[in-house]
Ligand binder design. Structure first.
Ligand code: PGA
Length: 273
């Protein structure tokens, strides 16, 4: 199985020059990590305007000028991802969607992944499980890989509702998704109380939740499918704790916010896993 490190830049940095610098610093730093095996996938998810700039200077999912001659692609551990998408495909969808970004556009920019259902979108943009499910199905139909985020807030946790909340988010997110498609989804457990708090979930606690994800997926599909699913942890991951979520808690990787904006810290994080 692969190990994923997803860099969610959120609404950062504040200029395209800074975004280019951040990307290049990360890319150069990662290229110097010799032990970075083929099985580690680093996914950089910048805001949309920067995605287009970065895709122009570096796009591992589209043929490079040199590789074009042979039809090959750039071989790299670094891939591009988006932080969101819309589910319709104009004009076939029959409508106009001001301000939205289609999956065809993302595909054209070489995006291999899209983050769906991040808690900040659920919270501030009123994204419901129904919308998230629509997006997941649209992403799968375009052969892009969705990263489905779910997580409980502090109140849910304190009231002992963590598993009820997670089960609902997972089951609703997976409505009308086939057995073969569910395997293509990367799940991310991101407890809201851990995001940006500097206080991550403990690996022991996170491991219990990881096993709970497997249970919910086994119950909806098959045990064998649950065994193949990639589940990541996100919420205050840094270079000192990333490894514990993979080695101790058994996750297939981490989703990183704040630490992905500091090149040295991010490179150290990848080195340490
Ligand atoms: P954080 O963010 O690493 O800054 O806690 C993670 C996320 O929101 O995806």
């Amino acid at each position: 199985m692969k190990t994923f490190v997803i860099a969610n830049w959120k609404m950062n940095p504040s200029s395209s020059a800074k975004a280019e610098f951040l990307f290049n610093s990360i890319k150069d730093g990662l290229e110097n990590i010799e032990k970075l095996g083929k099985k580690t996938e680093i996914v950089i998810c910048p805001p949309f305007p920067y995605l287009s700039i970065i895709s122009n200077i570096y796009n591992p999912c589209l043929p490079s000028p040199e590789a074009k001659a042979t039809g090959g692609q750039v071989k790299s551990n670094i891939k591009l991802g988006a932080q969101n998408c819309f589910w319709e495909d104009p004009p076939a969808g029959g409508g106009s969607f001001t301000g939205e970004i289609s999956l065809l556009m993302l595909k054209d920019l070489g995006c291999k992944y899209v983050i769906i259902g991040h808690s900040e979108r659920r919270m501030f943009l009123n994204e419901t499980d129904r919308i998230i499910n629509k997006k997941i199905r649209a992403v799968l139909a375009k052969r892009i890989e969705p990263i489905l985020c779910v997580g409980e807030n502090r109140k849910d946790k304190e009231q002992g509702k963590t598993q009820t909340v997670l089960r609902k988010q997972i089951e609703n997110g997976l409505k009308r998704i086939s057995k073969s498609d569910v395997k293509k989804i990367i799940f991310a457990y991101e407890p809201l109380w851990a995001i940006g708090s500097g206080r991550p979930c403990s690996p022991d606690e996170a491991q219990v939740i990881r096993l709970f994800f497997k249970k919910v997926i086994s119950q909806k599909y098959f045990r064998s499918i649950a065994d193949e699913i990639n589940i990541l942890y996100g919420g205050s991951v840094d270079s000192s704790n990333a490894k514990s979520f993979i080695e101790e808690a058994g996750f297939q990787g981490v989703l990183v916010g704040g630490s992905s904006l500091k090149p040295k810290e991010f490179i150290e994080l990848v080195k340490n896993i």
